[in-house]
Every structure is written in C-alpha cells, then in structure tokens.
Design a protein around this ligand. Structure first.
Ligand code: DGL
Length: 276
C-alpha cells in the first residue's frame, strides 16, 4: 500500500454511468469510487469519433489526477469510440505509475451469448455506439455463431434526461424502436440495453417486448467483471483504497446534478463541480 488514496474512477458522459456505479457499489462496497459526469458536454451519442475521444481522454486524465489508477468508462459511446485509442496510444505515453482504463462493452460481449436460446440477439444503443459496430465486432469474437441486430434509439436519452421516462409520451418512441428491432429478426430472444440511460426505461421496454424475452442491463455484468478483474490483478487490487468513500464530480452544475442523480443512483448524493 502507498498510503495515498487510490479510488476507482468511473466516467460517463453525464448521469447514465450512475446506473453502473450503483451496481459496482452494491457488489464491491469496500472500494472508494470517484464518479465523473461530463454533463456540460453531454450527449456523446450524437458526436463524432474524434470529439468523443478527446472529451473522454480529458476526463480520464482528470480522474488520474484524482489519484485513480483504474478508470472504468461506464459509457457505451465512450467505450466504443475512445477506449481503444486511450489504451493503445495514450496510456503507454503517460508518465507515472501503471494505469488502466476499462470499458463496458467487453464484459457484456463476453457473456451475452449465454442468455440466448435462438442465437439471435438485439442491441439497443445510441447512434454513435451502433455506427461504431463495436458490439457486432466484439460479440463475433466470443460467440461467432450469434446473429446480432442493432437499433439506434436517439430519442431515449433525451426522454430520460428530461424526466419523461415514465410518461405516456415516451410510449411512442419506446415502441417504435422495439418494433424496428424485432422487425429485423422476430427470433430475437435477448435484448441488450447498451446505453447506460436505458435501464430507466425498463418497464416500458418490457411492456412492448414479447413475454419471455430477456432484457439485459449492464450494471450487474460490469460489476461481476470488475470483481473478476481485481481478483486476477492482485497488485492493482491491493493499491485500491478501501474506505467505502464515494465522490461525485460533474463538469456542469452540482445543484442540477444532485437533483437528477437520485433516479439513476437510487440515493441522494452531493457532487462537486470540476472545471475542465
Ligand atoms: N451514457 C451514454 C452511453 O452509455 C449515452 C448518453 C450520451 O449520449 O451521452 O452510451
């Protein structure tokens, strides 16, 4: 142990990653976590590869400055568009201790095939994640026999961010995208919510999905994967500080963040502003 606080960093474009952090804390409560939401520049889902990469890298550097050695990109869009570059180009050039950045796509694609009987799975995500084809490429590595069908749902993040996720108005857009996905392949029996905002729409998604369909949220999967990763990297695990502390940072207004965060995280939090 170095005696220096080394929390686990959790990054998202805004609030969505709190649905992942919630499960990390549930499964691994002993660790310290620093959450950073880039609310000032959200959404990422509609932005170019280069922009998402630059924004994500900047935020990852801030989390390293907070003492993190391990950062989880709890955002599918950032995982799809920035993770590989950060891992391959940026981390090797950084001075100081060995640092790691992990995403949410790999843990999910490692297990998705175990849920499907028909061999047909659906992926619902932002336009950025869908066009990156990251899920199609990664699933092919672990489950080459699986057929993957994608649908971008650009209205879903705004519905959630504007508190409309339980409103009757949301039905139209939820149904529209579920129908479009299932029209591609009626045999789809497993649907992955590959955007951290979508678990808030789970009740509505169930309502418009055939009974028996498995709807997968990522939080629990990512938490299991992190537990396994830390087990396989005991030196890194020993460095992670374990006081059960949670720190919340936002690039926008902490007042707004604290008000909105509860629905994603499940409990009241207090955030601080981080100037980029
Ligand atoms: N959190 C992002 C994801 O999981 C979606 C929100 C955004 O577009 O910024 O893809």
């Amino acid at each position: 142990m170095t005696g220096v606080s080394q929390p686990i960093g959790v990054f998202d474009s805004g609030y969505g990653g709190l649905t992942i952090l919630r499960e990390l804390v549930r499964k691994l409560p002993q660790y310290d976590y620093v959450y950073l939401g880039d609310n000032a520049r959200t959404p990422y889902g509609t932005r170019s590869f280069e922009t998402v990469y630059q924004y994500t890298l900047e935020c990852v550097r801030h989390l390293f400055d907070q003492g993190c050695r391990l950062v989880i990109l709890a955002c599918n869009t950032a995982s799809a568009k920035a993770l590989r570059n950060i891992q391959q180009l940026d981390l090797p050039k950084m001075d100081g201790p060995d640092r790691r950045v992990l995403g949410v796509i790999r843990p999910t694609t490692e297990v998705i095939g175990t849920y499907s009987q028909t061999g047909q799975v659906g992926v619902l995500a932002t336009r950025g994640t869908v066009t990156s084809e990251s899920y199609v490429v990664e699933i092919e590595k672990f489950f080459p026999e699986l057929r993957v069908f994608q649908e971008a749902c650009p209205m879903w993040v705004p519905l959630v961010e504007n508190g409309e996720y339980t409103s009757p108005g949301a039905d139209y857009f939820v149904r529209q995208h579920i129908d479009r996905l299932l029209t591609q392949a009626p045999g789809i029996d497993t649907i992955l919510l590959a955007c951290t905002h979508y678990p808030l729409l789970l009740d509505k998604i169930r309502q418009f999905t055939p009974a028996g369909t498995t709807i997968l949220s990522q939080g629990g999967i990512v938490a299991d994967s992190l537990a396994d990763y830390l087990f396989r990297h005991p030196a890194l695990e020993a460095e992670c500080s374990k006081h059960g502390r949670r720190t919340f940072l936002t690039t926008d207004s902490p007042v707004d963040f604290d008000r909105q965060a509860t629905v994603f995280y499940g409990e009241q939090i207090q955030s601080r502003h981080l100037a980029l």
